[in-house]
Design a protein around this ligand. Structure first.
Ligand code: DUC
Ligand code: ZN
Ligand code: ZN
Ligand code: ZN
Length: 463
């Protein structure tokens, strides 16, 4: 296959080039016209004139088919990976959830069973450490050898996922030994739960109180606490879904000291805000995720963090629940609203809007959405770059096309969109996964189960 006439985008910039693919692998990136001069024979030629040619997006934070609050996130590996591909994402890394009293291996085996035969793009797993004990600590080493090289801990959700400081520091010591990355959900959950109880006791049960009871200060406090524990233990630390400027400032300070501390944010924190939680008729429930959507002025601080690389990855935290019936569970009490937003399909487009609005460069778009996620989670250069020897995971993106987002037309298995009616400039035109065209002409053809598990290495960002 030869993709010709496009602008190939990488973290180094955008340049006209043609991409030659043999089977599943990129074999050459050629100067325009070189393919003809070399008399390259291609069975298939794809015209990318006027388009960007991008490494496929890598979303390192998704929750497919995840049990939560008495229900399950509504995208499984079939619908979720298909929706990802429609939006230009060709790799996801999903979270295998350890049960209390269960093993990490059981969690990963369960997730393999969920993904196998269903995923249409490649996928890896992180493991959620929900029960840190002697056994699960030992299992961390075993999972690293299986290519599950990152572990998420929660400082939030007491009684469900929360790890106490003694558990966190043990997991960090282990990670410092085996090289795994600790991923942290940083919010002071014990303190937040008290604030939540006080609000409910005062009769404040509407969705907007989900936001009002989770102050930024208690995110920044947890980020600081985890950063200090990482310093003491030497564990590599990656903060998931940072939502506020104060949290980014803590990460920035650690990074200025040369530490292995990294930050991720999500499109919802860049484009939505706390006013969405106050929408009438319980519509605010559609916007309940954790951390909560913030005052609008936080958005500019997050964009700045992306530019300074204190936020180095943008992932979705895709965790969709239907408005009916799932979100209705919390009609009378926001505590019962399942936490999470649908987003896996829109990340590339939203970040492209960051380019058109002048927040980030084209090169930075590809860096935060593909190249850095691949490096951060040990998949580079197989994934995250268009270069000889890399998997031919490629997106042809039309920067001039426009689209209007709607739950009627999106591909996620959820009955609403948080971006309903938004007009995006830019659109995915063609998607290749390991050399196979899986999306073109508004038609998806990726077979069920064609996606493969990616056995990941350790982070390639550690100093
Ligand atoms: N936040 C969410 O919004 N959903 C799932 C888990 C989480 O931390
Ligand atoms: Zn989280
Ligand atoms: Zn998450
Ligand atoms: Zn549904």
């Amino acid at each position: 296959t030869l993709i010709f006439g496009g602008q190939v985008v990488s973290p180094q910039g955008a340049a006209p080039a043609d991409v030659l693919i043999d089977g599943e692998i990129v074999t050459a990136v050629l100067a325009p016209g070189a393919a003809d001069a070399l008399d390259v024979q291609a069975d298939r030629r794809i015209d990318a004139t006027g388009k960007y040619v991008l490494p496929g997006g890598i979303d390192v934070h998704t929750h497919m088919d995840m049990p939560f609050g008495g229900t399950f996130s509504v995208d499984d590996f079939e619908t979720g990976t298909r929706a990802a591909a429609w939006g230009g994402t060709t790799t996801i890394v999903d979270f295998a959830v350890q049960k209390k009293g269960g093993s990490l291996q059981e969690a990963v085996d369960t997730w393999h069973a969920k993904a196998e035969g269903r995923a249409s793009i490649d996928y890896g797993f992180h493991a959620i450490l929900a029960d840190v004990n002697e056994t699960s600590l030992k299992e961390m080493d075993v999972l690293v050898d299986q290519g599950v090289s990152s572990f998420k801990l929660f400082m939030a959700y007491p009684g469900v996922f929360l790890s106490t400081d003694d558990q966190i520091i043990q997991a960090m010591f282990r990670a410092a030994d085996n090289g795994a990355t600790i991923m942290m959900h940083a919010e002071n959950g014990a303190a937040i739960d008290q604030i939540v109880s006080r609000a409910v006791a005062d009769g404040h049960t509407e969705p907007k109180y989900h936001g009002l009871t989770r102050p930024i200060a208690l995110e920044a406090e947890a980020v600081n606490r985890a950063t200090q524990m990482a310093d003491v233990t030497g564990a590599p630390l990656y903060f998931v879904h940072l939502s506020s400027g104060d949290a980014v400032d803590v990460v920035a300070k650690a990074r200025d000291e040369g530490r292995n501390v990294f930050g991720e944010t999500c499109p919802q924190y860049l484009f939505l805000d706390e006013s969405d939680l106050a929408r009438p008729d319980f519509e605010g429930a559609k916007y309940v995720c954790t951390p909560a959507l913030r005052p609008v002025e936080e958005q500019a601080k997050l964009w700045r963090g992306i530019r300074t690389n204190d936020l180095s990855v943008v992932a979705t935290d895709h965790c969709p629940f239907c408005f009916t019936p799932d979100k209705q569970l919390g009609r009378d009490d926001f505590r019962a609203i399942p936490n999470g937003l649908p987003g896996v399909e829109h990340r590339m487009d939203l970040l492209h809007m960051g380019v058109t609005k002048g927040e980030i460069s084209l090169a930075r778009w590809v860096e935060i959405a593909a190249a850095t996620p691949a490096r951060m989670f040990g998949m580079y250069p197989k994934k995250g770059v268009i270069a000889p020897g890399s998997d031919a995971d490629i997106v042809i993106y039309d920067p001039a096309a426009t689209q209007i987002v709607s739950a009627q037309t999106h591909h996620m298995n959820v009955d609403y969109s948080v971006y309903e009616g938004w007009e995006f400039t830019g659109k995915v035109e063609t998607v290749l996964s390991r050399g196979e065209v899986i999306l073109e002409n508004e038609h998806f053809s990726g077979a069920l189960g064609r996606g493969k598990f990616i056995k990941r290495d350790l982070s390639q960002y550690l100093v």
